[in-house]
Design a protein around this ligand. Structure first.
Ligand SMILES: CC/C=C\C/C=C\C/C=C\C/C=C\C/C=C\C/C=C\CCCCC(=O)SCCNC(=O)CCNC(=O)[C@H](O)C(C)(C)COP(=O)(O)OP(=O)(O)OC[C@H]1O[C@@H](n2cnc3c(N)ncnc32)[C@H](O)[C@@H]1OP(=O)(O)O
Ligand SMILES: Cc1cc2nc3c(=O)[nH]c(=O)nc-3n(C[C@H](O)[C@H](O)[C@H](O)COP(=O)(O)OP(=O)(O)OC[C@H]3O[C@@H](n4cnc5c(N)ncnc54)[C@H](O)[C@@H]3O)c2cc1C
Length: 642
């Protein structure tokens, strides 16, 4: 199963080898539990481990393999980020995709050797979503052949970029490029922020940390202002766009090609979310098979809480989602790598499809991951609320994904643009022009669903039902939009009035893609036992998901009330079938105790003893009487007694 999750036997084996090596290297372990550290201590601890990794990485992993790097990162540095998180996640990808060969030769080897630390500085205090209204300017000075970076007012301060505040000395900065008074829109520039020897901010740069956040507190998200700060013309990233010495602008082959670093993260973050969901579920499911509370049959001893159907219903559909996200994420990464290769050689025809797909997936996956992790926390009762479970930290980190790399509603609306264009093709009889991901929009469906009507139909009737509801909602939302425009509404006003319906269409389309990716994967599996276990999980997935969106299929009679009862019964049936495999389905992800950082989710199940040990190690317990008591509470009580 680990081979299915991680992509191959070799990958699964390598993960095990890497975890085993890390287990033997105490210098790479947390020196104490992260929840007991202050933010400064955590940052220090992370930087300490990062420097050891820089020295010893080659002994543990193949540093050129992103999957091995990612695993090493999760084990040693953990989910809460590190002082170089954005360096690997966005700075290097931005240089790789947007810098010319000559620029790459100059900067990439230095970045890869970690001679310099970089980040991606785009969002500002006043604008994150609406990139066209960013306010930082890069004005070309023809006389000196330099761009002058400037922050015209407080809302133009860069705000949020990870590791910008304290760790990075370089950044890819996105600014509006102005040449001879003409604004060419946001473009990426390579900018040195700090002196390479002293790490002091360079003159003309104001920089700092934006303060503590809901999670990710090891990352120094920062602010940045420029006061007429000059950089050479050749620091504009020029793989696709060029500005010549005389100010001539050569436009890129696609208007949004400079957005590729964002698409990179949107594509890669899906499996990251799957891992976080599976981690939280692993903790909750292991704990649920240790925790005994109450009886189902009063004549029997107390049961493990995992025996309760409500507990299974809380956890198991999310186990199915974690697998589904991992499989859909793996497909998306492959597609992204393919499109990137094509883009580099000038073919930009697949960018719109990839953008639509990743926008929808990013939104649905992060939202459902958040839901699943929060349910996992609640499924652990009181101990889930303790930082000893570590689930709240996983939640805080995962939920950040709903916002970063494009706020979820906004990204769903991006997919909706693509769906509406596709609906227009269907309506104008041009269904043959539909891309493969939306081809179903042009296919006539049966009048009613055949779920429970055709024996041994596998998952086909389920997929058809998802296709039916997605198609119907897309066409309905598009009709609403076109109808408003026909009545004379301006395009943008009409769009806003339909946006809730449009986003519903985007979610349904994305959920269909996730179901199909799961079906595709299960169909490929040769090993009978693995196929059986995953088929059970897929049964739970399709029935649970369909029940969740049933109103869309009920309202036009595509599903009947009796079919709905059948679907509900299937959910209960598969909860029971999955129960014996539940812990194994999560143990198969092979997270080590070091990586999980959870007292509740320990592999050995020795929860109570270790919870007590953990509590005793709290800094508050170093002394029996705290100074808050001697200084305030004790005098108060004494005064009251007089
Ligand atoms: C070793 C491991 C390897 C890799 C790991 C990778 C990932 C990590 C995975 C997990 C993380 C783990 C650890 C990380 C630790 C810490 C990291 C934490 C956080 C990550 C960093 C977060 C960084 C950021 O948030 S950066 C800032 C992101 N900002 C945004 O996303 C802004 C959102 N806004 C937009 O994208 C745009 O403004 C917009 C799309 C909404 C609108 O743009 P614009 O105004 O320019 O558009 P319009 O003029 O209206 O035109 C719209 C048309 O353009 C088309 N379009 C838009 N975008 C694209 C695109 N990218 N490609 C193609 N086409 C695009 C759109 O479709 C419209 O077309 P139409 O034809 O007109 O409809
Ligand atoms: C943990 C974290 C890490 C980050 N790292 C980085 C980084 O490294 N580099 C970087 O540059 N940025 C980074 N960001 C910033 C992040 O990319 C932005 O916060 C994000 O893109 C959302 O933009 P915003 O803050 O402007 O939200 P807003 O756009 O202000 O969103 C507020 C509300 O308005 C709604 N809204 C906005 N526009 C529309 C619209 N057109 N239609 C409908 N609704 C709309 C949204 O849906 C939302 O409900 C990070 C953010 C976080 C939380």
């Amino acid at each position: 199963m680990a081979a299915q999750i991680w992509g191959s036997e070799k990958r699964a084996r390598r993960r095990r080898e890497i975890s085993a090596k890390i287990a033997q290297m105490p210098e790479l372990h947390d020196s104490k539990p992260l929840p007991f550290m202050t933010r400064e201590e955590k940052i220090m601890e992370s930087a300490r481990k990062l420097t050891i990794l820089t020295e010893k990485m080659g002994q543990i992993i193949d540093p050129t393999d992103p999957a091995e790097l990612y695993h090493l990162n999760n084990e040693v540095l953990g989910l809460e980020g590190n002082p170089m998180a954005l360096h690997g996640v966005m700075f290097i990808p931005a240089l790789s995709a947007q810098a010319s060969d000559e620029q790459q030769a100059k900067w990439l080897p230095r970045a890869l050797r970690r001679e310099i630390i970089g980040t991606y500085a785009q969002t500002e205090l006043g604008h994150g979503t609406n990139l066209q209204n960013l306010e930082t300017t890069a004005t070309y000075d023809l006389a000196t052949q330099e761009f002058v970076l400037h922050t015209p007012q407080i809302t133009a301060l860069k705000w949020w970029p990870g590791n910008l505040g304290k760790s990075s000395n370089y950044a890819v900065v996105v600014a509006h490029m102005i040449i001879k008074a003409k604004n060419y829109g946001p473009h990426p520039f390579m900018v040195q922020l700090r002196d390479e020897k002293t790490h002091e901010p360079l003159p003309g740069i104001t920089i700092g940390d934006i303060g503590p956040k809901m999670a990710y507190n090891i990352v120094d998200n920062g602010f940045l202002g420029f006061n007429k700060y000059r950089i050479p013309r050749t620091n504009l990233l020029m793989r696709h766009t060029k500005v010549e010495a005389d100010g001539t602008y050569i436009k890129p082959p696609h208007a949004k090609i400079n957005y590729s670093a964002m698409v990179h993260v949107r594509a890669y973050m899906l499996t990251g979310q799957a891992i976080m969901l599976a981690s939280a579920l692993n903790i909750a499911t292991r704990y649920s098979s240790v925790r005994r509370q109450g009886q189902i049959d009063k004549s029997q001893p107390e049961v493990k809480v995992l025996e309760y159907q409500t507990q299974q219903h809380r956890l198991f559909p999310s186990i199915a989602r974690a697998y589904a996200f991992q499989f859909a994420g793996a497909e998306t990464v492959k597609l992204y790598e393919h499109v990137l290769k094509e883009m580099k050689s000038g073919n930009v025809s697949l960018m719109a499809d990839l953008h639509a797909l990743t926008s929808g997936l990013k939104s649905v996956v992060t939202y459902q991951t958040g839901e699943g992790i929060e349910q996992a926390r609640m499924a652990c009762g009181g101990h889930g609320y303790s930082m000893a479970s570590y689930i709240s930290e996983i939640y805080g980190v995962a939920i950040g994904g709903c916002t970063y790399e494009g706020e979820n509603m906004v990204m769903l609306l991006q997919l909706a643009r693509y769906l509406v264009k596709s609906a227009a093709l269907v309506k104008s009889g041009q269904s043959s022009k539909l891309g493969p991901l939306v081809a179903y929009l042009g296919v006539k469906s049966e009048p009613t669903s055949l779920i429970d009507r055709i024996p041994n139909s596998g998952f086909t009737e389920y997929v058809k039902t998802f296709q039916h509801v997605s198609k119907r909602q897309t066409l309905k939302a598009a009709d609403m939009f076109f109808g408003l425009m026909e009545k004379g509404e301006k395009r943008e006003i009409a769009w806003n009035k339909c946006s809730v319906e449009l986003n519903r269409a985007s979610r349904l389309h994305t959920r269909l893609f996730i179901v199909e990716a799961f079906v595709r994967r299960v169909n490929e599996i040769a090993d009978i036992r693995i196929k059986e276990a995953l088929t059970d999980l897929l049964h739970l997935h399709v029935n649970y998901e369909l029940l969740d969106i049933a109103s869309y299929a009920l309202e036009d009679g595509f599903l009947s009330a009796s079919q709905l009862d059948y679907i509900r019964d299937q959910v209960y049936l598969y909860l029971g079938k999955i129960r014996p495999n539940a812990v194994s389905l999560l143990d198969s992800w092979e997270f080590s105790d070091i990586e999980l950082r959870s007292v509740l989710g320990r592999r050995d199940g020795n929860v109570y003893e270790n919870l007590f040990k953990w509590a005793k190690s709290s800094p508050l317990n170093k002394t029996d009487v705290l100074s808050s008591v001697t200084q305030y509470l004790k005098p108060m009580m004494e005064k009251a007694r007089l």
